[in-house]
Each structure stands twice: as structure tokens, then as C-alpha cells.
Design a protein around this ligand. Structure first.
Ligand SMILES: *[C@@H]1O[C@H](CO)[C@@H](O)[C@H](O)[C@H]1NC(C)=O
Ligand SMILES: *[C@@H]1O[C@H](CO)[C@@H](O)[C@H](O)[C@H]1NC(C)=O
Ligand SMILES: *[C@@H]1O[C@H](CO)[C@@H](O)[C@H](O)[C@H]1NC(C)=O
Ligand SMILES: *[C@@H]1O[C@H](CO)[C@@H](O)[C@H](O)[C@H]1NC(C)=O
Ligand SMILES: *[C@@H]1O[C@H](CO)[C@@H](O)[C@H](O)[C@H]1NC(C)=O
Ligand SMILES: *[C@@H]1O[C@H](CO)[C@@H](O)[C@H](O)[C@H]1NC(C)=O
Ligand SMILES: *[C@@H]1O[C@H](CO)[C@@H](O)[C@H](O)[C@H]1NC(C)=O
Ligand SMILES: *[C@@H]1O[C@H](CO)[C@@H](O)[C@H](O)[C@H]1NC(C)=O
Ligand SMILES: *[C@@H]1O[C@H](CO)[C@@H](O)[C@H](O)[C@H]1NC(C)=O
Length: 650
């Protein structure tokens, strides 16, 4: 993962050596045992010396790859790559005979067991990747003996315990990938020695304590990811010195409030995501001077004040997310940069008229005048205002149920329920309303590494088990940040909310492809009803149907069902941008009126229950007083996003 290209080392094996020296016999024996241990003989039948000149397994691109250093009287194996070949079983002891290894890539396999302490013997190692495996146990303190390491990847494994302080000895390290590794607890202060770090991916771990101040001393840091941890704010002002930062993603902080003042000099920023970080204060005027900023996500914070008029001057910004804050003031054309592809300012207190191309409801691109305190777009928009709660809403012909085949076509289930068509392709900030005006949905967020990828719908041809309604689960809505369905015009009363799920993007095979974890939260009427929900875990596998039922009250005509990504789960297994919420279908039906009289048509079985957890983030506390989306149907230039969220590159 993330290893530098090492083609120049390949030159060793082409060394012009008249009589090629023999390989150290212990190493020949060891490499053969390793090949057999991992059942690779059919891919690499080493019947000759592993270090012969011009070996087919020596070039950079070979896989498995073995390359050697023959510059002395005896050859040594220096490079070993066994990448994405689904080798399983533990790390064999023979590996530690190869003491001259300087590049070991065992990424994307299903290696299990723990990392043996003997790893210390590989002290020449510069590039070590164990990312995307099924490794358990503690991260051995002996990794701290590999002081020549430049790049270390432990991402997407199932380690236990904390990061050992000895990793602070790895003072040459420039790349450290420990996202989704299973680690927890405090980040050791000793890591402050890793002054040369350029890339640190540490999201999706149960790290605790304060966001480390010392990261602000890593002057070369270009890429920092710390989403979905248990770390506390504030974002230290020391981060203001990280002027080389290009990609900064911090999210889901608890603790003290942060401000945006530290961004002042971070002029290299290209991607900035500070979702759900308890950021208070106003939007700084100077943000718009960041010349390269392309994606900025400040949603789910506590920002106040207006959107500065300087925001019109962003030179590179294409995706702007400011939803779920307390922004107010006028949203006028003066604040919208013409390069924007997606703007989300939903759930703020903005007002003003604005001429914009917008994609919403059942129309596509419409030039319209919007007073967002008075959205004149029919039932859907006016009903969204009922979410505020401060307007008393009622409806002449209330409905008592709605059903959606999320991401799919209209369909009748085996038990006769009609699920509505929800197959509209959405964009990076979209509001869509059903043709019968019974529900609408908002989808927010950009799949940073492939913005042209699946248009927020995923589908499969495979059969779905555990259900008579396989078709219902073959399509699903997905979103990289937030997906919200609203039932509209509903009669007051008690409702049963049935959420249908089946994981159809992730595998449960015994391949590395089966190592992905999708984790998200669900809120109904603002209450968190599912936390760290993992469909595969609960359903007992991929492509298995699962229904979760909840009870919720409607008092103001609207039912709000919110699927939210809190930064957790793997990012990129089995392919890039496989994360965030997924839902297959929704069925909501009244079970009794407010007076308690029961609705005869309803099915009163209660499978789930509402968990009484009040959410700690801004999202749930906000007073919702406006909703506004923009989606410009503008073609994204291809290949402009050079940044990737894949840990599997290289
Ligand atoms: C490996 O090569 C040797 C010698 O060429 C041959 O005898 C043997 O059958 C091969 N083994 C496999 C598993 O291909
Ligand atoms: C290896 O390749 C080089 C360049 O193609 C060639 O000159 C050399 O003779 C080859 N050596 C062997 C042992 O095949
Ligand atoms: C590793 O997986 C193999 C099967 O591939 C199993 O036999 C072995 O017990 C596992 N080891 C550990 C430590 O879980
Ligand atoms: C490994 O590192 C520890 C310090 O963390 C040191 O005490 C020990 O001597 C080192 N061992 C080797 C073999 O270098
Ligand atoms: C930005 O740089 C200027 C000039 O070096 C400095 O005075 C200011 O404190 C810096 N701002 C931040 C937030 O670090
Ligand atoms: C909303 O706008 C419409 C037309 O623009 C206007 O007739 C109506 O009075 C407005 N309603 C409110 C509550 O401001
Ligand atoms: C379902 O919705 C899609 C997208 O909005 C639309 O193109 C299609 O015509 C609809 N199908 C039916 C049967 O209404
Ligand atoms: C990973 O290991 C666990 C046991 O620790 C096992 O249940 C699971 O099947 C393994 N995953 C794969 C993909 O082999
Ligand atoms: C719904 O309202 C009833 C009656 O007011 C109350 O007892 C119940 O707790 C409410 N349910 C939820 C999920 O809020």
C-alpha cells in the first residue's frame, strides 16, 4: 500500500556481473519454504536459484516478485512481493531468515495470526506493507527496531490494543498507514519523533485522547486523515503550520470546539474535510484565497454568520458542503463561485433570492428564483419546512404510509406492498422528490476518489437470500456522507419504520475482498436508532436480506430517516469508495393515531426499538430552518482528482 515505486532497485538484478554469485543457501531454502507455505508453487516454481539474472519474477511488475542484491560475492533477497494473491495462513518463521529484505509487500491477502516479534530481524527494511489482511494480536514493539523504514502499512487489519510507543523510533518514516487497523487507545506521545512524515492515514480506529498537538510539527505533512476515531477536539492551532498539507480530513470529534482560523496559511490544500468537528465561529473570508482547494466539506458543525461574499472568488473550488450548521444571512449569487459543481447549504438559517441552476424534485436543471424560507416547489419543499418544528404543519389529505425501493424501480413485494420507483441518478448534492409527492430524499457528499463513479446507486445481479423479495434488495441507495429520506404529508400518529438492508457492494468471501467493513449510523426523527451498524455482521453475510423495524411518532407531517456516515469502516475494499450508508428499501406505516386508536391495516409486530441515545453532534441539535441544494449538471473533467482514498495503490 502506498509504496513508492522502486523500479530503480530492479537495476541490481541486471547488474553486469560476469559470473553471477550464488544466493545465500539459507535464503534459497527459506524462500522455497515460504512459497510452499503460502501455496504459491503454481505461480512461482523456483526450480533454479531465485537470484538468477533476468529472472521472470524479478521485474517490478512481477507478482509474486523476488528481487535480489548480487553486488557482493553472494546474492541476497532484498525484495519480496506477494500482493493481492489471497494467500492465507500465518506469517511463516522462514521470512525472518531473509534479513536483507528492504521491501516486503504482503498487501491484500488474508494472512492471519499476529506479527511475530522476530520481525525485528528485518532491520534493513525500508518499505513494509501488511495492509488489507486479517492480522490480529498486538502490533509488536519490535516493529520499532526497523529504524530504516520509510513506509509502513498496517491498514485494514484486526489488530488489538494500542500503538506501541516504540514506533516513535522510526524516525525516517515518511508514510504511515494505520487506518481501519483495529487499534484503540491513546496515540503515544513518542510518535512526535516522526518528523519526516508526509502521509498519515489513521481514520477508523478507536483512538482516544486529544487530537495530537505534535502533528503540527510535521512540516512535510501532505496528507492527514483522522476520521471516525474517538479523538477529542479542538483541532490544535499548531496545525496552522502545516503549509504543505494538500489533503486534510478530520472528522467526528468530541470535546472542545474548534475554529477555522488555523487554515489561514494552508495554501496547498486541495481537499479539506472537517465534518462533524464541533467547529464554531464564522467562515473566514480568507478561505477563498486558498488557490488549489477543490473540495471543502464543513458540514455538521456549529458555524454561524453569513457565507462571506469572498466565497465567490474561489478559483478551484468545485464541491462545497456547508450543510447542518447555523449559518445565516443572505445566500445571493454573490457568494457562489461559478466553478461550483455541487453546493449543499441545507439545514442552516440562510435566506435570500438566488438565480441558479438547480436539480431538485422531479425536474432536472431549472433556473429558478429561490427564497429558501419560502421554497415554492410544491408539497415536498413546503413539507421540508415542517421539519423545523416551529411551523405547525398539517395536511388536508394526510397519508399514513409510504414505501420506497431505494435505488430501484417500482415493485410489489410478496406481501403486496407497492414500493415506489427511486431510480433517479443523483449528484453530489441532490434533493429529489417522488412523483406522488409522498416522500423525498436528499443525498449529499462526493466520492472523492471517483466522483464520476456510481451515481449514488448500487446494484447487483446476484440473488439475495433470506427473503422472498430478492429484487427489492438488488438495488440500493448509497452515499458518501449523508442520505436522508423524508415521508411527507403524514397523519399524526405512531408509525412503524421498516428499513430493508442487504450488503451488495461488499463481499463475504474468503478472499481479501471479504475483509471490508461498512459502518454507519441511522437516525429516525432525530434519534439515533442504529450506531456503528454493519449490515454484513447483523445479516450474517453479504447478499442476505435484513429488516430492522423501529417505532417513531409523526407530529408535524414529516418522517425524517437519516443515514449518516460517521467516518467509520474501511474505505476501499473491495474497490475504491466503498463506504458510507447503504439502504435497500423503506416501508413506513402508521400503527395508531395520536389518540392511541390502532390502525387496523397495520402490522403491530415490533422487532426493533428506538434507542434513547441523544446524538452528541451538531446534526441532531440544529434547528432546521432552511434547506437548499444545488447541483450543476456540469461534466466533471476526467482524471483531475489525483488524490485517492485507496490504500492499495502502489
Ligand atoms: C516445478 O518445476 C519442477 C522442475 O521443472 C517440476 O519437476 C515440478 O513438477 C514443478 N512443480 C510445479 C508445482 O509446477
Ligand atoms: C540479461 O539481460 C541482459 C539485457 O537484456 C543481457 O545482456 C544478458 O545477457 C542477460 N543475461 C542472461 C543471463 O540471460
Ligand atoms: C489462520 O487461518 C488458518 C486457515 O487458513 C487456520 O487454520 C489457522 O488456525 C488460523 N490461525 C489463527 C491464529 O487464527
Ligand atoms: C530494539 O529496540 C529496542 C528499543 O526499542 C532496543 O532496546 C533493542 O536493543 C533493539 N533491538 C535490536 C535487536 O536492535
Ligand atoms: C500565517 O503566517 C503569518 C506570516 O508568517 C503568521 O503571522 C500567522 O500567524 C500565520 N497564521 C497562522 C494561523 O498560523
Ligand atoms: C411564498 O411565495 C409565494 C410566491 O412567491 C407568495 O405568494 C407567498 O405569499 C409566500 N409565502 C410566504 C409564507 O411568504
Ligand atoms: C423511474 O424513475 C426514473 C428516474 O426518475 C425514470 O426515468 C423512470 O421513467 C421511472 N419509471 C417509472 C416506471 O415510472
Ligand atoms: C478473518 O479472521 C476471522 C477470524 O479471526 C475469520 O472469522 C474470518 O473469516 C477471516 N476473514 C477472511 C476473509 O478470511
Ligand atoms: C410516541 O408517542 C407516544 C405517546 O406520546 C409515546 O409514549 C412514545 O414514547 C413515543 N415514541 C417515540 C419513539 O418517541
Amino acid at each position: 500500500m502506498g509504496l513508492l515505486s522502486l523500479s530503480f532497485f530492479g537495476l541490481w538484478i541486471l547488474g553486469i556481473v560476469a559470473a553471477q554469485p550464488k544466493t545465500e543457501p539459507r535464503e534459497v531454502d527459506a524462500i522455497n519454504k515460504i512459497i510452499d507455505h503460502w501455496n504459491l508453487r503454481s505461480k512461482l516454481n523456483l526450480s533454479v536459484d531465485p537470484c538468477i539474472q533476468n529472472a521472470t519474477w524479478a521485474p517490478d511488475t512481477a507478482n509474486p516478485r523476488i528481487a535480489c542484491d548480487c553486488s557482493n560475492t553472494v546474492c541476497h533477497i532484498t525484495h519480496l512481493k506477494i500482493y493481492a494473491l489471497d494467500v492465507s495462513g500465518e506469517i511463516p518463521q522462514e521470512l525472518f531468515v531473509l534479513t536483507e529484505l528492504m521491501d516486503l509487500n504482503l498487501g491484500q491477502n488474508v494472512i492471519n495470526g499476529s506479527i511475530p516479534p522476530d520481525i525485528r530481524q528485518l532491520s534493513k527494511m525500508k518499505y513494509l506493507s501488511l495492509g488489507i489482511n486479517n492480522i490480529t494480536g498486538l502490533v509488536p514493539v519490535e516493529l520499532g527496531n526497523l529504524t530504516k523504514l520509510l513506509s509502513l502499512s498496517l491498514s485494514s487489519n484486526n489488530f488489538q490494543g494500542t500503538l506501541p510507543p516504540q514506533l516513535g523510533n522510526l524516525i525516517s518514516l515518511t508514510q504511515l498507514y494505520i487506518d481501519s487497523s483495529g487499534l484503540s487507545g491513546p496515540i503515544p506521545a513518542e510518535l512526535s519523533n516522526l518528523k519526516l512524515l508526509q502521509i498519515l492515514w489513521a481514520s477508523d480506529n478507536r483512538f482516544t485522547g486529544k487530537l495530537p498537538e505534535f502533528l503540527g510539527t510535521f512540516a512535510d505533512l501532505k496528507d492527514l486523515r483522522l476520521q471516525g476515531t474517538s479523538l477529542e477536539g479542538p483541532i490544535p492551532s499548531s496545525y496552522g503550520a502545516l503549509t504543505k498539507l494538500e489533503d486534510l480530513r478530520i472528522g467526528d470529534l468530541t470535546g472542545d470546539d474548534s475554529s477555522l482560523a488555523f487554515l489561514e496559511n494552508l495554501t496547498s490544500l486541495y481537499i479539506l474535510s472537517l465534518r462533524n468537528c464541533r467547529i464554531a465561529g464564522t467562515l473566514p473570508e480568507q478561505l477563498s484565497t486558498l488557490p488549489n482547494l477543490k473540495i471543502m466539506d464543513l458540514s455538521f458543525n456549529k458555524l454561524t454568520g453569513p457565507i462571506p461574499t469572498s466565497f465567490k472568488k474561489f478559483s478551484s473550488l468545485q464541491y462545497l458542503y456547508l450543510g447542518s450548521n447555523n449559518l445565516n444571512g443572505d445566500l445571493t449569487p454573490d457568494v457562489i463561485s461559478s466553478n461550483l459543481i455541487a453546493l449543499d447549504v441545507s439545514f442552516n438559517s440562510l435566506s435570500g433570492n438566488l438565480l441558479l441552476h438547480r436539480k431538485d424534485l422531479s425536474t432536472n436543471v431549472v433556473g429558478t428564483s429561490i427564497n429558501d424560507n419560502n421554497l415554492s416547489n410544491g408539497k415536498a419543499s413546503s413539507m421540508l419546512q415542517c421539519l423545523q418544528g416551529n411551523t405547525k404543519c398539517s395536511t388536508k389529505f394526510p397519508s399514513t404510509s409510504f414505501s420506497v425501493n431505494c435505488g430501484g424501480k417500482k415493485l410489489s413485494s410478496a406481501d403486496g406492498i407497492q414500493y415506489d420507483n427511486d431510480s433517479e441518478l443523483l449528484g453530489a448534492a441532490s434533493l429529489y422528490s417522488s412523483s406522488n409527492s409522498q416522500w423525498s430524499l436528499s443525498s449529499m457528499g462526493v466520492y472523492i476518489s471517483n466522483p464520476n463513479g456510481p451515481r449514488y446507486i448500487t446494484q447487483t445481479d446476484s440473488q439475495i437470500t433470506n427473503t422472498l423479495d430478492s429484487e427489492l434488495y438488488k438495488t440500493a441507495r448509497i452515499a458518501p456522507s449523508s442520505l436522508r429520506y423524508y415521508g411527507l404529508g403524514l397523519d399524526s400518529g405512531k408509525y412503524e419504520v421498516k428499513l430493508h438492508f442487504a450488503e451488495i457492494q461488499m463481499d463475504d468471501s474468503h478472499s481479501w475482498k471479504g475483509l471490508g467493513r461498512r459502518v454507519f449510523d441511522v437516525y429516525i426523527q432525530g434519534e439515533k436508532v442504529l450506531e456503528d451498524f454493519n449490515i454484513i455482521n447483523v445479516a450474517g453475510g453479504s447478499k442476505k436480506a435484513l429488516i430492522k423495524s423501529f417505532e417513531a411518532n409523526v407530529t408535524n407531517t414529516v418522517m425524517d430517516i437519516h443515514f449518516y456516515w460517521a467516518g467509520k469502516g474501511t474505505c476501499c475494499i473491495p474497490f475504491q469508495s466503498t463506504f458510507g450508508p447503504l439502504v435497500s428499501a423503506i416501508h413506513v406505516t402508521q400503527v395508531s393515531n395520536l389518540d392511541g386508536s390502532s390502525n387496523s391495516k397495520s402490522n403491530k409486530k415490533r422487532v426493533g426499538r428506538i434507542l434513547g441515545i441523544t446524538i452528541g453532534c451538531a446534526a441532531g441539535l440544529l434547528i432546521i430552518s432552511s434547506i437548499f441544494y444545488l447541483w450543476r449538471a456540469k461534466k466533471e473533467p476526467k482524471h483531475t482528482l489525483v488524490h485517492t482514498d485507496s490504500p492499495t495503490k502502489g
